[in-house]
Design a protein. Structure first.
Lengths: 119, 298
C-alpha cells in the first residue's frame, strides 16, 4: 500500500497540487517540447497587386533542410524578414504572419496587417 | 433508520470487494515465468539505453567508473538471473542513482527523463516478484541441487504482488499522462502542432494539420484514460492491448522516447494472468495443452 501510495502521490502532488520536487515523479511527457517553435508564412505583393506566397528558401537561395527551416526565435524572424526585404528590393511589399508556440497555445507575434518591409 | 443487522449487511458487498481486491493484490500465487521474462527484458533495456554511455572510457572519473562497474555487474546478474532479486534491487538502485544523483544533482539532463525513472522503478518492482524462479541461473542451480538431493525441483511459482504493483504503476502513468493533456491547449491540437513543427516541419505549417492535430489530441487523451482504467481488467483489456501497443509503436518511431515504448510493451506482461502466460509458453514449446492455453491471453 505504501509503494502504491508513493506511485500515486508523486504525480498527484505535482500535477494537481503544484508541488515541484525532483523526488516526486510526474508523468508530463513532452510538456516542454515544441515550446518556442515559430510558425511563419510569407507573402509578397506581385506586379498585379495581388499577394502571392513567398518561398523564403528560393528567395534567399537557402537549402530547404538547412538552418532556415527552423526559425528559432523572434529575433531570427526579424533577421529573415530583413534579408527577404533586401533581396526583394526597395519598395517591395512583404506580409508576414507568425506565431510562437507557448504553453497556452499559439501566440501571434507578427501579423500581415502591414508591409513588413515598410519599417 | 436501518436496524444494525441491516447496516452490517449493507457493508458485506464492500467487504467482499475489498477482500477480493486484497487477494488479487497481495495474495495471488502464480507462475514465475512472466516475471522472469520481464527481468530479462529489463536487463536488455538497461543495456540498450545506457551501455554505450557507460563504457569505461566514457567517464574515467572515480564516480563514473564506480557507476559503470555497478551498472554492468548488476545488469549482467539480472540478465543471467544469479541472485536475481538482489540483482534487480541493485540494478534499480543504480538506475535511481543515475536519475537522481547523476541526472538532477550533476546535471546530466537526459538521465532525468521519465523513461529512465520508469526503467529504474520497474527493476525495483520486479525484485518483488518470483523472477528468480524461471529462466535463470538461480533456477538452474535449484534444479541441480534438487537432482543431487533426489527431490523434485522447486515449483516455478510465487507471490505476484510485484506484478500487481507494476500494473498500478502503469495505470498511474497513463492516468496522469492523460490528465496532463486534459486542457484546452492540448485538446485544440496546438501542442501536437508545435511538437510536429519542432521535429518535422520546421517553421512551415503544413496544410491540413489543424484538424488532424485536434483529432489526434482527443484520440490520445481518450486512449490514455482508457488504458489507465481499462487495462487492469480482463473484460476491457482484450480491446485495449493492441491499441496500446500500436500507440507505443507509433511514438517510438516518430518521437525520441528512447526505451519508453519498449519498457511499456514489456511491462504489459504484468497485466496478463501469469498462469495463462505460462500455458501459452508451454503451448508454444509444444509441452502444454493448446486447449488450456487457447484464449487465455486477452
Amino acid at each position: 500500500m505504501a509503494i502504491a501510495g508513493f506511485m500515486i502521490a508523486g504525480p498527484a502532488a505535482e500535477q494537481i497540487f503544484g508541488v515541484q520536487s525532483p523526488w516526486l515523479r510526474s508523468w508530463t511527457m513532452f510538456s516542454a517540447i515544441g515550446l518556442g517553435v515559430i510558425d511563419a508564412s510569407f507573402e509578397i505583393r506581385g506586379p498585379d497587386g495581388a499577394l502571392v506566397p513567398l518561398d523564403r528558401f528560393a528567395m534567399l537561395g537557402a537549402p530547404r533542410n538547412g538552418r532556415l527551416k527552423w526559425i528559432q526565435n523572434p529575433e531570427e524572424l526579424a533577421s529573415v524578414i530583413k534579408r527577404l526585404c533586401a533581396v526583394a528590393g526597395q519598395g517591395s511589399d512583404i506580409r508576414v504572419r507568425a506565431r510562437l508556440g507557448t504553453r497556452g497555445g499559439w501566440q501571434t507575434i507578427h501579423t500581415d496587417a502591414e508591409n513588413a518591409c515598410a519599417g | 433508520m436501518p436496524a444494525p443487522a441491516d447496516a452490517i449487511a449493507d457493508w458485506r458487498p464492500a467487504q467482499a470487494v475489498a477482500a477480493r481486491f486484497a487477494g488479487w493484490a497481495a495474495g495471488t500465487e502464480g507462475s514465475s515465468r512472466s516475471s522472469a521474462l520481464i527481468r530479462i527484458g529489463l536487463a536488455m533495456l538497461f543495456w540498450s539505453r545506457w551501455a554505450c554511455e557507460l563504457l569505461l572510457y566514457m567517464d574515467q572519473s572515480p564516480a563514473g567508473l564506480f557507476l559503470a562497474a555497478n551498472f554492468f555487474v548488476a545488469t549482467t546478474l539480472l540478465f543471467i538471473g544469479y541472485h536475481s532479486r538482489l540483482a534487480a534491487v541493485w540494478t534499480g538502485s543504480v538506475g535511481l542513482a543515475m536519475y537522481y544523483y547523476f541526472g538532477f544533482e550533476l546535471g546530466r539532463e537526459p538521465w532525468t527523463h521519465h523513461h529512465t525513472y520508469l526503467l529504474a522503478v520497474a527493476a525495483l518492482l520486479i525484485a518483488l516478484t518470483p523472477c528468480d524462479r524461471s529462466y535463470s541461473l538461480d533456477r538452474y542451480l535449484a534444479v541441480t541441487r534438487a537432482e543431487r538431493l533426489g527431490i523434485s525441483p522447486p515449483a516455478e511459482r510465487g507471490n505476484l504482488w510485484g506484478l500487481r504493483l507494476i500494473v498500478v504503476q502503469l495505470s498511474v502513468l497513463y492516468f496522469f499522462a492523460a490528465f496532463d493533456k486534459s486542457n484546452h491547449t492540448f485538446l485544440s491540437g496546438a501542442r501536437l502542432e508545435q511538437i510536429f513543427l519542432w521535429f518535422y516541419a520546421g517553421s512551415d505549417y503544413p496544410a491540413g494539420l489543424a484538424w488532424l492535430a485536434t483529432t489526434l489530441a482527443f484520440g490520445v487523451v481518450a486512449l490514455e484514460y482508457c488504458l489507465a482504467l481499462g487495462l487492469p481488467f480482463r473484460a476491457t483489456r482484450r480491446y485495449l492491448v493492441l491499441p496500446g501497443l500500436a500507440f507505443h509503436a507509433i511514438i517510438y518511431v516518430t518521437l525520441p522516447v528512447y526505451t519508453f515504448s519498449a519498457t511499456m510493451a514489456l511491462l504489459y506482461l504484468a497485466y496478463f494472468d501469469a498462469d495463462a502466460v505460462d500455458r501459452v509458453i508451454a503451448r508454444l514449446q509444444g509441452i502444454g495443452s493448446a486447449a488450456t492455453a487457447k484464449g487465455e491471453i486477452s
